[in-house]
Design a protein around this ligand. Structure first.
Ligand SMILES: *Cc1c(COP(=O)(O)O)cnc(C)c1O
Length: 401
């Protein structure tokens, strides 16, 4: 299972784009160029003694694909090298990764502090699922450091946040919140989907654990669901490994293979998506039908300085508000021709969604307004199309609306 060629150079010395193409590759005896897809549930042993040794851990090797699989292991190794983490574990979806990262750390009586502005399903895990097992939580305004400090209790075990947030693209100060967590004896889990591993490194900023929905930019071509958990070897061993093995949110080797190939082009895609997002943000801001544009690296973003400090670029998403509330937003979305309507993000195809009636439909209007989500708001996920086509499309849609 070990490829001697992968030991000839130290991937940590390579720059990210190089790691994404080569790191973690484990070639079979055939020396294939592209990563092999090991679509197998299990493995055979030459002798009963070999099976015994494998189970005892005396002999390295795979046992069962719920535990690990060569293709999945390549994807995990490549993600760990990219993120600069000691260890990675892949899961069937982003939500499986978030759930494992949280549930794996807590028991009845423990307490979690989380930012209010979270992906909807993450709020379900924290507000509805975990309380059924005696794990309490406090939701805070993530941008207010005093609220994080005030929420800490003796039994606080985990801080959880995402930044930039969905869909209002607020920036949370990861280094400052990590310091508060450390003082409280709690871990910090960061959902880094919106920033992508190319633009923000939460572990370097002091986070304990990073989770991804690889469904988004890492696949980047709208095919499979996947998730990843990245942390130290010790964190994975103490909190994640046994939970994943015994409860089984395992990723299919096929989906892991799709991700493995997808991440080879991640830097190219994210660079183009960022350029397209920044260009569209500027065009929207200059249009009279647009009341407000939110993009982290624009000077009019309230936390532009913090965004520049902790991110390498402004990201692939732009949120904007048009006049006329829901009707106005629907008119713009319906008039777009290149950008398609979808709640997904991070795809090669540009996508737009109306958060109030889709991703945040389950909240009432007061809760939505509390999160800064207004009826005239649209979230744009930049694809890799020619920027001129995206700009022309937005201009004709805004003019029509
Ligand atoms: C999509 C998403 C998730 C959930 O990921 P799935 O792969 O759909 O399960 C979690 N967090 C964020 C920020 C997301 O965008």
């Amino acid at each position: 299972m070990n490829d001697p060629s992968s030991k000839s150079a130290s991937p940590r010395n390579w720059r990210p784009a190089t790691r994404l193409v080569h790191a973690g590759t484990s070639r079979s005896q055939f020396g294939e160029t592209s990563e092999a897809l090991f679509l197998t549930q299990g493995f055979v042993y030459d002798t009963a003694e070999a099976a015994e040794a494998r189970f005892k851990g005396d002999e390295a090797g795979f046992i069962y694909s719920r535990f690990s699989n060569p293709t999945v292991a390549m994807f995990e190794r490549r993600m760990a090298e990219l993120e600069g983490a000691e260890a990675a574990r892949a899961t069937a979806s982003g939500m499986a990764a978030v759930t494992a990262a949280l549930v794996g750390q807590v028991k009845a009586g423990d307490h979690i502090v989380a930012a209010k502005a979270l992906f909807g399903s993450c709020r379900y895990v924290i507000e509805e699922l975990l309380p059924r097992f005696g794990v309490a939580s406090t939701l805070v305004d993530g941008t207010d450091l005093d609220q994080w400090r005030a929420a800490v209790r003796p039994e606080t075990k985990v801080f959880f946040l995402e930044s930039p947030t969905n869909p209002t693209l607020e920036i949370l100060d990861i280094a400052a919140i990590a310091a508060i967590a450390r003082d409280a004896g709690a871990s910090l889990v960061v959902d880094n989907v919106f920033a992508t591993p190319m633009l923000q490194s939460p572990l370097e900023l002091g986070a304990t654990c990073v989770v991804y929905s690889a469904t988004k930019h890492i696949d980047g071509q709208g095919r499979c669901l996947a998730g990843v958990i990245l942390a130290s070897e010790k964190f994975i061993a103490d909190h994640i490994q046994t939970y994943l093995r015994q409860t089984g949110p395992s990723i299919s080797p096929f989906n892991a293979w799709v991700m493995l190939k997808g991440i080879e082009t991640l830097p190219l895609r994210v660079e183009k998506q960022v350029a397209n997002a920044a260009r569209v943000a500027d065009v929207l801001a200059a249009h009279k039908a647009v009341e407000r544009v939110i993009y982290p690296f624009r000077d009019d973003h309230p936390q532009a300085a913090l965004a520049r400090r902790q991110m390498k670029a402004g990201g692939t998403l732009v949120t904007f508000e048009v006049a006329g509330g829901k009707q106005g937003a629907f008119r713009v979305a319906n008039a777009l021709r290149v950008t398609r309507i979808s709640n997904n993000l991070g795809d090669a195809k540009s996508l737009v969604t109306h958060p109030s009636t889709t991703t945040h439909q389950r909240f009432d209007e007061d809760q939505r307004l509390g999160m800064g989500i207004r009826q005239g708001m649209l979230r744009f996920s930049a694809g890799i199309e020619d920027a001129d086509d995206l700009v022309e499309d937005f201009l004709q849609a805004l003019d029509q609306a």
